[in-house]
Structures are given as C-alpha cells and as structure tokens.
Design a binder for this molecule. Structure first.
Ligand SMILES: [Zn+2]
Length: 102
C-alpha cells in the first residue's frame, strides 16, 4: 500500500502515465483518502497545464522554477509523516498558475 512519501515520489510518473496499473491503483486509492497528496497532485497537474499552455517551447520563468523546486525538487517530501498532519503546506499556495510570469 502506498504511503505519502511513496505517492509523492510517483507523482511525476503518474502524471506522465508511466506507472503500472497496479501502482496507479495504489496511488489513486491513497489520493482518495489523503487530502495533502491530492492537493500536491492537483497542483502539479495544473502547473503542467499552465506551463504547457503559456510557455510552450519557451523558457520557464525563473521564479516559477524556483517555486517548483522549493515544493518538490529536494529530497524532502512535501508531506512529512514524522510530524503531525499540517494542512498548510507549500503546495497550497495556489498562486503559481495565476501570476503569468511568461
Ligand atoms: Zn498522502
């Protein structure tokens, strides 16, 4: 069964449709019961759409890339199982897709 760390690690592969059916089923089952991971997936899915639509064949705005790295680029997962659940994660910012840095 997937936990939060595993789920977030598979995020990119999930969005790229590169997972096996079994793994995808585990991820989906986890997302149905974990709002933190669901928000992270929603954030990334929306981000991809925005980037693809606005920055096609263009450079990413520097600030946007920094924010992606801050959220997901490090070894540190967005959700830390060793701490109490914290709904106020960075992924909840929500402003990346709207500030039109292109
Ligand atoms: Zn989770």
């Amino acid at each position: 069964m997937a936990d939060c760390n595993e789920t977030l690690r598979e995020l990119e592969a999930f969005l790229d449709d590169e997972l096996t059916d079994e793994t995808r089923t585990h991820i989906r089952a986890h997302l149905e019961g974990c709002l933190d991971c669901l928000q992270a997936f929603d954030f990334h899915a929306e981000l991809r759409t925005v980037v693809a639509a606005k920055c096609h064949n263009d450079e990413l705005p520097a600030g946007l890339l920094d924010r992606i790295t801050a959220c997901f680029g490090d070894d540190r997962p967005a959700v830390d199982l060793t701490d109490a659940p914290d709904p106020a994660t960075e992924v909840d910012d929500g402003s990346v897709g709207a500030d039109g840095g292109c």
